[in-house]
Write a protein that binds this ligand. Structure first.
Ligand SMILES: [Cu+2]
Length: 1014
């Protein structure tokens, strides 16, 4: 259908066909329009279906889109409509609540609130199937009448319940005048409320609403994660073994051949001298010409194949003037399970996976114990690191992850070892079954297998091969439920990959492929009973000894400038879970440029006249992540099918929680098509609907007049697409504090969250907010986000819910000097500014984030200085207001003090001051009240970073980074060049671009340029 007819069709029809037509025409409106697609194509004509196609919220929104597709006005209208999603969800929640309050016979939802570990999820409520970390509980401290309703008569009852069932005992009375409720009075405050709900009823009457609060009485709250009561943890630093791989290698029985290879150079040659099995000296015989800065030097032959010598050449003007021998730093690292105090002290510890160093343990050091984000490896530029990685995780079922593994995700389920079944029969009435295979198989007892293609359905799933009844053509497994009959259809049996696979990937490292730790390079622990002990492209380092089963070796060249990287697990299909569980650690490369700036030396020519120390040190790592911790008191009401953690089947407070139910954003049963509790879009109900899929929606076991007749065929556990958690952790601690002196500090910040972005800012904490237990300085002072005289120009005035930080409390600016790519061309000062969105209606990226302070996407890093010299005796909050998802926002993932109660859409109740969940207040910084240092000298830092003005004064970027390919004005100080173009960008309509490199070469780029296919 042509686009132009859209508005006509829309006005004409409210019929099923017409609505489908609208959707066809305006497919670009997918975010909204997918909502009703399933209902539109469904043949169901029973129960209320006319509701789905009546004038609804969604049609009202669609009707507001009048502009031609492709125009800026269309983009604006579309964005506004898309932004209504939370309102649609809210409206769906209202309808849900109304019906949920009725009995099933009245068309309401049958409420269930018992634990159902491993059960079938309710996809449309009343459970969000999304959990929150422990929240404080307490008696009701106040009631507020929010609407008086009408038509009330008789004795009114005011009942106070709890969304999560934690509170009890509170009573209240309500009165009415003329049928309108005009007062509600608390009689008994009760105890233990987390998310109180007030219901007012009379003989007749409706519409009266009231809210109940907790936490307003001093000392009334118990439990919950307290903010800023524990210090920022140190991250242990690994200790390098510098003797096992010392310079010159080992085992040479004669002189090896020195070969010099390079992309451009020719003519150089060198000879080696061997003493005691080691290369001790390299003499350059012919210095050659045309060499790059990094020719490859190898020492082959001479009677050894392990621990080969490694050389680096010094090249001046293309000529090799010397070859030096370098040694390697050697580490042995293993992953393992341990527990750590991630929540505040007093709360339970958390079971984790982490790394520890197992060599250099005499004397024992911190790096020898498992630690969160440790051990940090500090490497030097051009000095390689060798690692032996020993997977010593448990084998068998003890090696299973304690997080939900979706075994339908590629790489985490079945592998190539399979057998076709001939029959599958019940053993002694079931649920154990005996499978006879068509050909001999080689499954072994204890191995996990996936059965698929069987009928009845109960035969399919993931099971463990039993020792009993196991022959070359038979095997037994115990099903999860008894199918009652022998299989009527037989399918396939597949051996599955184990969950204790591990690997190392150096994120940001310039690493040869054999040591990259790609998703296909992993190992199970030695002794694992599996036909898949290693990833298909697992390779060890050729000149390191074979590490044996269950171990891998890695070689990192470190031919990169100073920067923060990190190493983490990368096993196929379970990377997100292993990293979430803690398999990640820092990796810092330092170099002489950085040393000159720290130590005030001038080895590389950047620090002259006279040399000064401009960086305090290598910096304090701040590794920021988001996590959610299980609360056994509330999880049954939030996520009743949770079946993982320390004691699967019994929820354990403090365990890491991870989403596992694919809650679809769509509920075809609701008038707007929106699922009040949805989190992710679902293809078959999306617009345009995903067609011809292998696993279409299946009958909903909870189907009733309110619950849709179908539910997603997504598995439980199901991998969530993006997953946003409610508790920020820094260096493995929820809401830590850090004490500093009033002077400049350097921070090495890494966003290691799985999905959440941050926009980091610093504000002086509000001393006037006192928590129920008497703490202050836990909050940032907020003001309405409206145009206000005296506010900075960039201060948001969009009326956002919850307001914006008071600009009068702005803390010190970040001075950013580096990223994941190393040092910047010049330091950049970042004044604290809240996040903002582009509201320019004529711009195609309307709705995108267009301002912030220190915005870090996942895995991004920032090297910053913060000068606390003006803040002696003050307390600062490291604040984040980045939307999640980014740049659009789902308010349920934005947790802040005083946030609106969102329990009706599966979110949290109001966050209490001083407690989580709170993704805004990440960390507290306490500046000691001592004599401040002199203000940080930014002018000197800028001068050190810049090239010139003396011809011999080199720039930081010039020395540490490869030359830029397309110059631009931002590099002027880095190269001391005033002639670089201000705008070198290629416009979307340009097929080709001609530019001049720093050295004056004229180059073409882009399709249509020479050498490009166009
Ligand atoms: Cu990575």
């Amino acid at each position: 259908m042509p686009i132009e007819s859209k508005s006509k069709v829309k006005r004409k029809n409210h019929s099923r066909f017409g609505f489908a037509g609208i959707m066809l025409a305006s497919w670009i409106l997918f975010t909204l329009l997918m909502l009703n697609s399933s209902a539109a194509s469904s043949s169901d004509s029973s129960e209320n279906n006319s509701n789905v196609f009546a004038i609804s919220d969604i049609e009202t929104l669609n009707a507001s889109i009048t502009a031609q597709v492709g125009t800026p006005e269309y983009a604006r209208q579309r964005m506004i409509a898309n932004w209504k999603e939370p309102f649609l969800r809210k409206a769906a929640a209202e309808r849900f609540k109304e019906l949920a309050g009725k009995s099933a016979a009245e068309g309401g939802f049958k409420a269930v609130d018992a634990a159902d570990p491993g059960g079938v999820p309710h996809y449309f409520g009343p459970y969000p199937n999304y959990a929150n970390s422990p929240m404080p509980k307490g008696p009701i401290t106040s009631l507020t009448l929010t609407s008086g309703g009408s038509g009330y008569s008789g004795t009114l009852t005011a009942t106070i319940t709890d969304t999560y069932g934690t509170g009890s005992g509170a009573t209240a009375i309500a009165t009415q005048t003329g049928g309108v409720v005009d007062s509600i009075t608390l009689i008994d405050p009760g105890t233990g409320y987390t998310a109180p709900v007030v219901t007012i009823a009379g003989t007749t009457g409706s519409g009266a609403t009231a809210t109940a609060s907790i936490g307003e009485t001093p000392g009334s709250l118990v439990g919950g994660i307290k903010k800023f009561v524990d210090p920022l943890p140190d991250i242990p630093v690994a200790v390098a073994d510098q003797t096992t791989y010392s310079a010159g290698g080992a085992g040479y029985t004669s002189t090896p051949t020195v070969s010099i290879t390079d992309g451009t150079g020719t003519g150089a040659s060198a000879t080696a001298t061997v003493v005691g099995g080691k290369v001790t000296k390299v003499d350059v015989i012919n210095d050659g010409s045309g060499y790059s800065s990094r020719p490859v030097i190898t020492f082959l032959g001479g009677g050894t194949t392990t621990n080969l010598a490694i050389g680096t050449a010094t090249v001046v003007d293309g000529v090799i003037i010397a070859i030096d021998l370098v040694g390697c730093d050697y580490y042995e690292i293993e992953p393992g399970e341990y527990t750590a105090q991630m929540m505040n002290s007093g709360q339970p510890a958390t079971k984790l996976l982490g790394y520890r160093q197992v060599n250099m343990n005499d004397p024992p050091q911190n790096a020898n114990v498992f630690s969160y984000l440790g051990p940090l490896i500090v490497a030097n530029r051009d000095r390689p690191v060798r690692i032996k990685f020993i997977n010593s995780l448990s084998t068998g079922s003890n090696g299973d992850l304690f997080l939900p593994v979706d075994t339908t995700v590629m790489g985490s389920g079945e592998g190539p070892n399979m057998a076709m079944a001939e029959s599958a029969t019940l053993v002694a009435g079931g649920p154990t079954i005996m499978i006879t295979t068509m050909d001999p198989h080689n499954f072994q007892a204890g191995q996990k297998v996936k059965l698929r293609g069987f009928a009845p359905e109960a035969y399919n799933g993931d099971f463990v091969v039993l020792a009993s009844g196991l022959t070359t053509t038979t095997l037994s497994v115990t099903l999860k439920s008894n199918p009652g009959v022998d299989a009527t259809t037989v399918g396939h049996v597949h051996e599955m990959y184990t969950e204790n696979r591990a690997s190392l990937h150096l994120h940001g490292g310039n690493v040869a492929w054999i040591s990259d730790g790609t998703p296909h390079q992993w190992t199970t622990p030695a002794g694992e009973n599996t036909h898949y002990p290693k990833g298909v492209s697992t390779q060890n380092v050729p000149d390191m000894p074979d590490p044996g089963d269950g171990s891998m070796t890695f070689f990192y060249s470190n031919q990169q400038s100073a920067r923060l990287m990190f190493y983490h697990d990368h096993s196929y299909g379970i990377t997100r879970l292993n990293v979430y569980a803690g398999e990640a650690a820092g990796y810092l490369v330092t170099d002489q440029v950085e040393k000159d700036m720290i130590e005030g030396t001038n080895v590389v020519g950047i620090n002259v006249n006279p040399p000064k120390s401009v960086l305090p040190d290598i910096g304090i790592p701040l590794i920021i992540q988001d996590r959610t911790f299980v609360d056994a008191d509330t999880i049954n009401a939030q996520d009743p099918t949770w079946n993982w953690g320390t004691t699967p089947g019994t929820a354990n407070t403090g365990d890491l929680w991870y989403p596992h139910v694919y809650m679809p954003n769509q509920n075809p049963k609701d008038i707007s098509g929106m699922n009040a509790f949805g989190r992710w879009h679902y293809g078959p109900w999306f617009w345009p609907p995903t067609q011809d899929i292998a696993f279409p929606p299946i009958p909903n076991v909870y189907h009733d007049p309110w619950d849709y007749e179908e539910m997603p065929a997504t598995p439980n556990p199901s991998m969530a697409m993006e997953a946003f958690m409610d508790t920020p952790v820094v260096n493995g601690k929820a809401y830590p504090y850090l004490e500093v002196d009033p002077k400049a500090y350097r921070f090495r910040i890494l966003n290691a969250a799985d999905d959440r972005f941050v926009n980091l800012q610093l504000y002086v904490a509000d001393p006037t907010v006192i928590t129920d237990d008497g703490r202050i300085n836990t909050e940032v002072k907020m003001v309405p986000a409206v145009a206000t005289a005296g506010f900075p120009e960039q201060w948001p005035a969009d009326g956002r819910e919850g307001g914006v930080p008071d600009p009068a409390t702005r803390g010190p600016s970040f001075i950013q000097i580096g990223t994941e790519g190393g040092f910047l061309p010049a330091p950049v000062v970042l004044p604290n500014v809240p996040v903002g969105w582009n509201f320019d209606q004529t711009n195609f990226d309307f709705g995108n984030v267009n301002q912030g302070t220190l915005i870090l996407g996942t895995a991004e890093r920032a090297d910053v200085l913060v000068d606390f010299s003006n803040y002696a005796g003050k307390t600062l909050i490291l604040y984040n207001d980045a939307p999640a998802p980014f740049p659009a926002i789902d308010p349920r993932y934005d947790y802040y003090t005083g946030n609106p109660d969102q329990t009706d859409t599966g979110g949290t109740p109001t966050t209490q001051a001083g407690y989580g969940p709170n993704t805004r207040t990440i960390m507290q910084i306490r500046v000691r009240d001592v004599a401040p240092a002199a203000p940080y000298d930014l002018a000197t830092l800028n001068a050190v970073f810049a090239k010139g003005p003396y011809p011999s004064k080199k720039g930081v970027f010039e020395v540490s980074q490869d030359e830029v390919i397309v110059p631009q004005a931002e590099y002027a100080s880095a190269y001391n060049r005033g002639d670089l173009p201000i705008d070198p960008y290629i416009r979307i309509f340009e097929g080709k671009k001609t530019f001049t490199t720093l050295s004056g070469d004229i180059s073409d780029a882009g399709p249509g340029a020479e050498g490009h296919p166009g």
